[in-house]
Design a protein around this ligand. Structure first.
Ligand SMILES: NC(=O)c1ccc[n+]([C@@H]2O[C@H](COP(=O)([O-])OP(=O)(O)OC[C@H]3O[C@@H](n4cnc5c(N)ncnc54)[C@H](OP(=O)(O)O)[C@@H]3O)[C@@H](O)[C@H]2O)c1
Length: 229
């Protein structure tokens, strides 16, 4: 049975990752900010006892360290999914505190979680770290501007994970960056083009077949297409 740790597991894409992997028989370490309010996740846990729920605010570095100590088992796939998007942001209206919080959640936290849990991943069979990034972090694909904190934080995530892939290569840990598509979640909104089931089904297939070269990181869409950096 594979063990999979997922951040932001209480709703949106994180919750659907939990649902699909649990239904396939994986053991899930489902992390979310407030487990007591994670009603859908708790309902899933009743259906699948292999789901274990842990409190984790990814912007709380002490909590990351404490959880890494508490969890004492190999982790096959670590999925950095939690993310934050500030929508009302324009040049002339950049709010520093909000910008820094987005950077913390989207770029710093995945690296700190990678740092804290790389030992657990190295002990597993699968040895894979997945980050839910975004095409909004692609410099080459930015043709519409705006979204300063979100775009820069996802670009920083991609660069940080490229370094981590090189540094963790001696431990045979692989890193994959995924764009989930434009998905109907609270972040993606109702107008989005696909639902979470389609996105996660696609991302699972990409994860399943991922075979990077040494130190290599790929940036793929949920349907397996390569994204330019
Ligand atoms: N939906 C899209 O179209 C789309 C497109 C490209 C990339 N993405 C990426 O996909 C990932 C998941 O997004 P989503 O669409 O599922 O969005 P969502 O429905 O808004 O869910 C965001 C998740 O992140 C969690 N989160 C935010 N800040 C956190 C923190 N400090 N600590 C722990 N958890 C935190 C939220 O928890 P709370 O409930 O506690 O707030 C929630 O579980 C994100 O990384 C996002 O950038 C989404």
């Amino acid at each position: 049975m594979e063990t999979i740790l997922i951040t932001g597991a209480n709703r949106g894409l994180g919750l659907e990752f939990v649902r699909q992997y649990a239904s396939l028989g994986a053991k899930i370490l489902a992390c979310c900010r407030v487990p007591a309010e994670a009603n859908e996740l708790q309902a899933l846990q009743k259906q699948y006892p292999s789901i274990h729920i842990f409190p984790l605010d990814v912007s709380n570095m002490d909590q990351i360290q404490a959880l890494a100590k508490q969890i004492d088992e190999p982790i096959d796939i670590l999925i950095n999914n939690a993310g934050r998007l500030e929508k009302d942001e324009t040049l002339g209206n950049l709010l520093t505190d909000s910008f820094m919080q987005t950077f913390m959640v989207n770029a710093v936290a995945p690296l700190k979680i990678t740092e804290a849990f790389s030992k657990h991943v190295a002990k597993s069979k699968r040895k894979l770290i997945v980050c839910v990034s975004s095409t909004m972090g692609s410099i080459g694909e930015n043709t519409s501007g705006g979204y300063y904190s979100y775009r820069t934080s996802k670009a920083a995530l991609n660069m940080g994970m490229k370094s981590a892939a090189i540094d963790l290569e001696p431990q045979q840990i692989k890193i994959l960056l995924l764009h989930p598509g434009w998905v109907k979640t609270r972040m993606g909104g109702e107008q989005a083009s696909i639902d979470a089931v389609e996105s996660i089904t696609g991302m699972r297939q990409v994860i399943e077949t991922y075979q990077p070269g040494p130190g290599e990181v790929k940036f793929y869409r949920y349907d397996g297409q390569t994204i330019g950096w």
